[in-house]
Design a protein around this ligand. Sequence first.
Ligand SMILES: [Zn+2]
Length: 333
Amino acid sequence: MDAPRKMERAEPESEPGPVQTVTVLYLAGMPRTGSTILGELLDRVPDVIHAGELVAFWRRYTQRELCSCGKPLPDCEFWSSVVSEAFGELPPGRAELFAEQERRFVGPKALRLLYSTRRAAGSAAARELFRERNRLYAAVSRVSGSSWIVDASTDPEFAACAAALGTAAIDIVHIVRDPRGVAFSWGKQVSSDSEPRDLPRLRADATAVQWMMRNLFVATVVRRLANRYVRVRYEDLVAAPELSLRRVAVAAGLPVPDPRAAVEDLAREPEGHHRISGNPGVRRRGNAVRFALDEEWKVGLSARDRLTVTALCAPLMTRYGYRLRTVRERKTR
Ligand SMILES: [Zn+2]
């Protein structure tokens, strides 16, 4: 595998001191697959910060969503320092403009931009957005004092655009979970602790189609564009977190001096907890992360949804080592 490309330090370039570099560990895949837990585990490694989901940073910033520290993003000491480190004092309307640009690179519509590089307007807008994103990543690195940033956005199209444009050193950690567990999670009502609304919900068949499309896209297109790539299963992460951490470390060239200490550290409240979005049950400040396999779907997912999801996702389920036939457990258990 090629040696990792490191992103050059962002502006101001004339600032004295050694040149600092940053590598982004981008967690890609379907949301609700354990990305927040993996982000927290990586955060306990020295020189790594888990920033949360940066893909819609400016939308969340302009809508004053809550950081995991409990403050609206523009009032949080960490994120306000990051913004001023990256851009100085933002002129009125700049954050809204960034948010508008950002919307074009989230979800499937980003593919049109990715594959229409001959359209000058699209590619210029993309370059501008990812120049901004580089400055943001570099400022997160400087303010936190960490060379490695975990971006748990999961959105694969955004990662593909960033990697294709070569504006950041993107290492992809592809996280997968049994699609029946993912479908059950997307069907539940869960209130957000960062936005004044519930998390979005999806029907089981729609979740299954997205699970297939996203994972195929990550495993093919994003993998080829990325700096480095490694796949982690949620079920393995929860069963043996130390092993999963070692696997990511080896693939990404991330120095992890003591994987066991990183796992043990999850039981303690971290200092300076400033995550953007993420699983409300995991990201909450002071909520020590516990590794417990969430298999509620084995009881709660209906037989019909289980069959639909398995039929739609079978090709990749087999590839990822998930059994197609499982016994539905009784609700009384
Ligand atoms: Zn904060």
